[in-house]
Design a protein around this ligand. Structure first.
Ligand code: SF4
Length: 212
């Protein structure tokens, strides 16, 4: 009796092992295809599989000494491409924009309260201008100090679309969270991340904001 159970479990383990290898090989080939052709194959299935096999994919990339950030960048790219049109079609009043506080000037005079920075558009960094333009268009614009604030704001404002700025980790987490809540989200990656003096491609941000 136990022998039969162990035999079945053994066969199942081998099957799961080979299936996992096939899926990882499939995902790695699609990532390579996406990078080479800049086209996206099976976007929905692809991004779900990346989330499911995230840890393993990263391990495979590290094993072959390939920068494992490619996995995150590909996921972000696929999500952005899937969501771009939906974000464009959403009225500005239903869009929330989240900026990280690290983009501010080191001499920023703005006060923080409840995890949010109240920018006074002092002119010392480009965030003030972005806030002004976003709010003029009708969006809700926030400079957040952490992910928990963003979750709270999503519950409060119930946006129909989101434009988020952040590092790879923040954008990937944010896109996953918004996908679970079914909120189309476009993530703009920082060109240089860190705790202070980060850099953003403002042209990319404005092209999303201005729906170009
Ligand atoms: S523009 Fe706003 S965010 Fe930038 S330094 Fe001035 S107050 Fe701070």
């Amino acid at each position: 009796m136990y022998e039969t159970i162990f035999l079945i479990l053994g066969k199942l383990s081998v099957l799961v092992f080979f299936l996992t290898i096939i899926i990882i090989a499939f995902l790695s080939s699609i990532i390579a295809f996406n990078i080479a052709t800049k086209k996206i194959l099976f976007p929905r299935l692809f991004s779900s599989l990346i989330v499911l096999f995230y840890g393993m994919l990263k391990a495979v990339f590290r094993f072959f000494r390939i920068d494992d950030k490619i996995v995150d960048q590909t996921y972000i790219h696929v999500q952005n491409e899937m969501n771009k049109e939906k974000v464009k079609k959403t009225p500005y009043k239903d869009i929330c924009i989240f900026m990280p506080q690290c983009l501010r000037s080191e001499k920023c005079p703005a006060k923080s309260f409840g995890g949010l920075v109240s920018c006074i558009n002092c002119g010392q960094c480009p965030v003030g201008e972005a806030k002004k333009k976003s709010e003029k268009a009708g969006c809700n614009f926030f400079i957040a100090t952490g992910g928990s604030v963003i979750k709270r704001l999503i519950k409060k404002y119930k946006p129909k679309a989101i434009i988020g700025v952040g590092c790879i980790y923040e954008i990937k987490e944010g896109l996953e969270l918004c996908a679970k809540h079914n909120i189309p989200t476009y993530g703009v990656l920082l060109l240089k991340d860190g705790c202070v003096n980060t850099v953003l491609d403002w042209d990319e941000f404005y092209s999303v904001l201005e729906k170009n």
